[in-house]
Design a protein around this ligand. Structure first.
Ligand code: DQA
Length: 158
């Protein structure tokens, strides 16, 4: 693959969307709004252009697919933004994958998980993430991407 010279210093970020997020726009609009996953991916690509970050996105309803994607990210990306959906609250496997690859990871949620049912208050991802953004709708992803890119630039300049 030929990398255009202006992209040489860009960071590469993987954005992972977990289960049921493919239904955004139709799914519980009172909680998640009318924004679709395509809208969010487009927003992330645009934000990436501003931040000089090449953003790739993947959605899966399957825990193992997300684990595999985190493993594969180690060779191809500098950081991860993840909305693990309901796996946030259940998946030791996704937590362990993030810990194993040791890539800076930002956890994001559309809704404020702490204002919702108590089973959503615990995140297995949070202790292995550099930080968490929750409650700003699609902007949670934008803010998460910004935070990750700033973090990576700080690491590279230090
Ligand atoms: C979510 C919050 C989770 O509790 C829920 O299971 C989701 C979406 C969010 O983005 O607000 O699927 O991660």
């Amino acid at each position: 693959m030929v990398v255009p010279p202006e992209h040489l210093h860009w960071v590469k970020i993987l954005v992972l969307h977990g289960p049921n997020l493919n239904l955004l726009g139709r799914r519980e609009p009172g909680i998640y709004g009318s924004v679709t996953l395509n809208d969010i991916n487009r927003l992330l690509e645009e934000e990436g252009q501003k931040l000089q970050a090449k953003v790739s996105t993947l959605q899966s309803n399957h825990e193992g697919v997300l684990v595999d994607a985190i493993h594969d990210a180690q060779a191809n990306y500098q950081g991860i933004v993840i909305n693990a959906g309901a796996y946030t609250h259940t998946s030791v496997a996704i937590r362990d994958a993030i810990a194993a690859v040791n890539l800076p990871t930002v956890e994001v949620h559309l809704s404020n998980i702490y204002r919702r049912e108590s089973f959503r208050h615990h995140s297995f991802i949070a202790p292995v993430a550099i930080g968490q953004i929750s409650g700003f709708g699609a902007d949670s992803y934008r803010l998460g991407l910004q935070a990750l890119v700033f973090h990576l630039k700080q690491l590279n300049s230090g």
